[in-house]
Design a protein around this ligand. Structure first.
Ligand code: WQD
Length: 348
């Protein structure tokens, strides 16, 4: 079935990565339906997308909780879908340690409900938002391969691993399914216009939203979690990827499905999405200082529980099979972040 008379369903489409992916799907000519339960976001990004994509019509949005299967069913009865891009999930690693059942119910039961309704409506194409957190541990200095050992150190990561396995088992149980599992490394950045970005409702857990809020003066100083890691400057090294690059990879994944889906067989493809280059916490603070043209205060704190020295990917498979390679570098990530946070600060 072509996408000509059908839609792409984006679950969690008002979230950070989801909203950037909706924008690029629309810019690439796809018709999109967005659902979200708005527990961690608002519909504001949809207005930003409408402006950035220069749309006359509103983006089709329905407030849907994947835990309410009747709500999911009503969406599939209303629209004909070519495929689904599934972002909807709780994603705070720290919170998942203290509230595992909330994460297992929301992330896994929600995914099971989605897949059941997809199956009932013969919608068999899915791009899934997974995470580098599913890997056991980065081999020192070696970029992680999709074939490397899996194993998680927190409930959030386990939900991602279980969701990957559930999608794979459904595809293996019948013909006609095409799944693409995208394992993100560290998403950051904002729209180059500064008109859209990550807008955490609470104090950010992740490094770059926190550094950005210190840069605009909303927070006092950055707490560097650990200075005794086995890295070149003792602070944690991660593989950061610009959210605009990350969103483009999702469109390439859906286009890969269009080219390769078959009624006679099922397949599940897995790709790391990162640059393959690692930057330390201190290097990220320095890069943001350069972007905002002033020092960013920080203090060295003890390590954060569960953190490891280095997590970087080997991006070769996504380049070979998806034609995906990052295009936006560290300067772009920090410049765009700074633009977004400056606009945000003055709009409050
Ligand atoms: C990056 C580096 C910290 C905050 C997590 C999830 C992963 C994915 C991305 C969802 C580390 C250090 C951080 C701070 C710091 N999320 N740090 N001070 O932990 O690599 O990955 O987010 O899929 O699943 O695990 O990202 O941004 O939290 O940390 O020093 O205030 O910055 O120790 O070295 P992480 P992060």
């Amino acid at each position: 079935m072509s996408t000509e008379h059908s839609y792409i369903l984006v679950t969690g489409g008002t979230g950070f990565i989801g909203s950037f992916t909706v924008l690029q799907l629309i810019e690439r000519g796809f018709k999109v339906v967005v659902i979200d339960n708005l527990v961690n976001s608002s519909t504001e990004p949809l207005q930003r997308i409408k402006k950035l994509a220069n749309l006359k019509e509103d983006i089709i949005f329905h407030k849907v909780d994947l835990l309410k299967v009747s709500e999911v069913e009503s969406i599939f009865e209303k629209y004909k879908f070519y495929g689904v891009i599934h972002f909807a999930a709780l994603k705070a690693v720290g919170e998942s340690v203290y509230k595992p059942l909330k994460y297992y119910e929301n992330n896994i039961s929600g995914t099971i409900n989605l897949l059941k309704v997809m199956e009932a409506h013969a919608v068999k194409n899915i791009v899934f938002s997974s995470s580098a957190t599913v890997y056991k541990q980065s081999v020192e200095g070696k970029g992680l391969l999709e074939s490397d050992d899996l194993g998680c150190v927190n409930p959030y990561g386990r939900t991602k691993l279980f969701m990957e396995s559930i999608i794979t088992d459904v595809a293996d149980s019948q013909v006609g399914w095409t799944g693409v599992l995208l394992r993100y490394f560290n998403p950051t950045g904002a729209h180059p216009t500064g008109e859209m970005g990550e807008d955490p409702l609470q104090i950010p857990n992740n490094l770059m939203p926190y550094v950005s809020q210190v840069a605009v003066g909303k927070l006092e100083k950055v707490h560097v979690f650990g200075s005794d890691y086995n890295t070149h400057d003792g602070t944690g090294v991660r593989d950061y990827i610009h959210v605009v690059d990350l969103a483009r990879a999702h469109v390439l994944a859906m286009e890969k499905i269009q080219k390769t889906a078959s009624d006679e067989k099922s397949q599940v493809l897995t790709y790391n999405l990162g640059s393959g280059t690692g930057y330390s916490v201190l290097e990220m603070i320095k890069a943001m200082s350069k972007a905002c043209k002033h020092d960013i205060p920080y203090v060295m704190d003890p390590r954060r529980k569960g953190d490891v020295d280095t997590v970087i990917c080997n991006p070769a498979l996504a380049e070979k099979e998806l034609g995906f390679k990052v295009e936006l570098d560290l300067t772009a990530m920090c410049t765009d972040l700074w633009k977004w946070h400056k606009i945000q600060k003055w709009n409050v």
